[in-house]
Ligand binder design. Structure first.
Ligand code: UPG
Ligand code: MN
Length: 500
């Protein structure tokens, strides 16, 4: 199971060897040249794979023999029926064959987080922009979004090396104010996770767990901290749940004297620029102004250690880094008659906004109901991106999604094991898996075709005919050695999606 492997990878253990064995790593010269390999490739044991391949061959022979028999024994009384069933059987056989081909050589890639830490200390880990998309605080409950964001803010990655962007398609003040609450609560939640090595770092899912062995180094303080943070989380939830009522009451109070204007008001007494509760021109879904608001500013580069028990903080955070990454709220402008391209459009807007604010060379995206279930997850894809073999040609690294709370015994395979642990690993052995639209880290250059703009290598030259693309677009050709982008799917560190 992928999540078992996640724990293995995080703790530097090797995956279970009753099914998977290490494959030949090809060019090992990099490793001997002092640049350790950052991931291992595993393949299915010969004693399992060879009989399986033999079985495929036997079935193939049987299917071909069956076809030959059908062709020789035509039913002359019902040629139409015979032809129809032949076409159906031929299609069935062909799709079976297509299904079998990738399964001939399943491959699993396991990140080596220890090697990454040895080779790339915290200081040289690349920067990442994390994108989360949401549409509606009711259809996609805001508590899911809030937990997703908190799991990202608390991830185990240098805080000054990543930033989190939330795209709110609905332009709702509820989301905006929920992010303000998240900014406050993260001051407690993030250091608490660091202090006690909490997993997973989505509070809802963490507090729901019945038991989990303590792996942190401060067991003595854990119970009281846990109790306090749990109580604070309870109050935080109440504040989030009451946001729609709070906003409505506040707006009613502001609107009392005004004739005919039923605006939605922010806490600071200004009118909300996007969608109002009582929708009107320029303030309705699909027709409103755009907003970009930095909720948490970019942190300082040096750790910020709390030396004393702060009266503001209910738990002792002495010697714990209390910084957290940048958090940005975005609601893009919407106008009627303009096709906003749904999630893809939202991703493009986040790419453009992040290019101005943080401009990281890597981006990763989540839906608002998918949280990071392993705090090391942002490091894992770096093992593939920075690997000395061909890392710079890896375009994207994808994580499997799992769905919580569907059915504890997973009777109907809601954890999608066949798809993620079978089909996707099998495609890994061919040219790589298909992109699923979520939980994927991209190399920025793979999306834009060039490095982020602040990086200007000397060997840039203007491509001819650039003028055809308009005056303001500079089309650059970079000699980055970027060829044949390939995709990697690794089951090592998974994310677990809340039930949709
Ligand atoms: O106009 C839109 C519509 C959707 N979304 C966001 O896109 C995501 C996915 O949308 P949803 O309606 O939840 O699609 P699903 O069918 O639930 O998701 C499947 O399809 C998505 C699109 O490929 C993938 O991201 C998911 O992983 C996959 O589970 C959500 O975060 C939405 O908030 C927007 O940002 N703008
Ligand atoms: Mn969804």
């Amino acid at each position: 199971m992928a999540t078992d492997t996640a724990a293995d990878a995080a703790e530097g253990r090797r995956p279970r060897d009753d099914v998977w064995v290490a494959a030949e790593e090809g060019d090992m010269s990099e490793a001997s040249a002092g640049r350790p390999l950052l991931f291992r490739t595993m393949k299915v044991k010969g004693s399992i794979l060879h009989p399986y391949r033999f079985l495929i061959l036997v079935r193939l022979v049987a299917i071909v023999a069956f076809f030959a028999w059908r062709v020789e024994h035509r039913n002359h009384d019902g040629m139409l029926l015979w032809a129809t069933s032949m076409v159906a059987d031929a299609w069935f056989g062909f799709s079976w064959l297509l299904n079998q081909l990738p399964k001939l050589n399943p491959i699993k890639r396991v990140p080596d987080l220890t090697a990454l830490a040895d080779r790339h200390g915290e200081a040289v880990l690349p920067r990442i922009d994390v994108f989360v998309t949401t549409v509606d605080p009711v259809d996609e409950p805001v508590m899911y979004t809030v937990n997703t964001i908190l799991s990202i803010l608390a991830a185990d990655y240098p805080v000054d090396k990543y930033a989190c962007y939330l795209s709110d398609e609905g332009g709702s003040l509820v989301h905006y104010e929920a992010m303000i609450q998240v900014a406050y609560f993260s001051a407690l939640w993030v250091p608490f996770c660091r202090k006690h090595c909490i997993e997973p770092r989505s509070p809802e899912n963490y507090f729901r767990m019945k038991t989990r062995p303590y792996v942190g180094g401060m067991a003595g303080e854990f119970m009281s901290d846990h109790r306090r943070v749990r109580r604070e989380y309870g109050e935080f939830k109440v504040r989030i749940d009451s946001l729609p009522t709070t906003i409505r009451r506040r707006s009613d109070a502001y609107n009392k004297g005004d004739d005919g204007v039923h605006a939605t008001w922010m806490a600071d007494g200004t009118q909300w620029a996007c969608t109002w509760i009582e929708q009107t021109d320029n303030h309705r879904r699909g027709q409103h102004a755009g907003i970009v608001k930095v909720m948490l500013d970019h942190p300082s580069c040096k750790p910020q250690l709390e030396s004393l028990v702060s009266t503001n903080n209910p738990i002792d955070l002495s010697n714990i880094d209390t910084r957290f990454p940048m958090l940005v709220y975005i609601s893009r402008e919407k106008r009627p008659g303009y096709d906003n391209q749904k999630k893809a459009g939202a991703m493009n807007v986040m790419l453009r906004v992040s290019a101005l604010l943080s401009n990281a060379p890597f981006v990763i995206n989540f839906d608002c109901n998918h949280y990071i279930n392993n705090s090391q997850a942002l490091r894992a894809p770096m093992c593939f991106m920075l690997d000395p073999r061909d890392g710079q040609n890896t375009a994207f690294v994808q994580f499997p999604q799992r769905f919580d709370d569907v059915d504890p015994t997973d009777r109907y395979s809601n954890h999608n094991r066949v798809f993620f642990d079978g089909t996707m690993l099998s495609l890994n052995g061919l040219q790589g898996p298909t992109y699923l639209g979520i939980s994927t880290m991209f190399r920025h250059v793979a999306l834009y075709g060039m490095e982020p703009p602040h990086y200007r290598a000397k060997n840039i030259k203007l491509v001819g005919k650039a003028y055809e693309l308009g005056n303001s677009d500079l089309v650059l050709e970079l000699n980055t050695g970027w060829r044949n982008p390939r995709a990697v799917y690794h089951p090592g560190v998974g994310r677990r999606g809340a039930q949709q």
